[in-house]
Design a protein around this ligand. Sequence first.
Ligand SMILES: [Fe+2]
Length: 306
Amino acid sequence: MVLNSKPTHTGVGLEILGLEPERGISSEQADCLRKLWLDAGVLVLRGVGTSPEVLLAVSRCFGELEPHPIEQFRLAGYPELILLSNEHGLTGPVYEFEGVATYGRIPWHTDLAFATTPNAGAVLRMVSRSEHGGQTAWIDTAMAWEALDTELKRRIDGLEAKYIFSPDLEGMRFNKPEGRLLSGMQHQLPDYPPVAHPLVWVHPETGRHVLNLSTLNIQSILGLEEDDSDALIQTLIDHTLQPRFQYTHEWQNNDIIVWDNYRTMHMAWGHPANETRIVQRSTIRGTTKMGRELTAPGGRAPDEPL
Ligand SMILES: [Fe+2]
């Protein structure tokens, strides 16, 4: 056994034991990490992420890395890493939740759910945790799919849903958090056309079925009346958000977490905007086209009425 692992306290994801990446990662260890990642969806490596070099070395075990398309989000000197930090000012929106000006709250989503080729995974390294909040949580959407009753599995197999790009929470149609927007996105972001994806993805590497619900982005199910579509999406979201499918991480500095983006949703709880939090991240490139663009000539999505 080149590495040991144990389930997290909720049974979603694995904690990796015995890896000392500062001393190098052998090819056997890299193969083992990749296999465990595909088996479990989320890997937790406590306390070993001591530098950007370690983050890169761990990240490369899982595939080719994808630099962020917008250069200003990259970590200086490390084009394959992204810097998520409020140390030198805020870039994203601030919302007031329960009286606290909160930065970095991103509800349940899969990354690039609004793209036809989502990334295969991502890796976070906590450089400096905030004093309060700042948790990240994951849902195993393969586990959620397996727990659906047979009738519902049959009903949703083959359906497609529409997903949009959502730079803040304003475009959310389901489970939008109750919060007041205090300040918006500080950068002009590119626009993306809506896409359609199967509501049930078949994982491109494992062949497992997973629910593809990205609550931040999902709008409707193609071909259904709005009431039926909304009711079905809400039923599936309520099922999937059950605590039994979740793992929430209370960060310590130098923790690293890797996730399979096809097979999980994640959310960032956010933290008080006046507390500094610094995270580095890599993105594992996706190579499988999972969906299709919906925008027809003239800017109209084909599923929308004239
Ligand atoms: Fe994300």
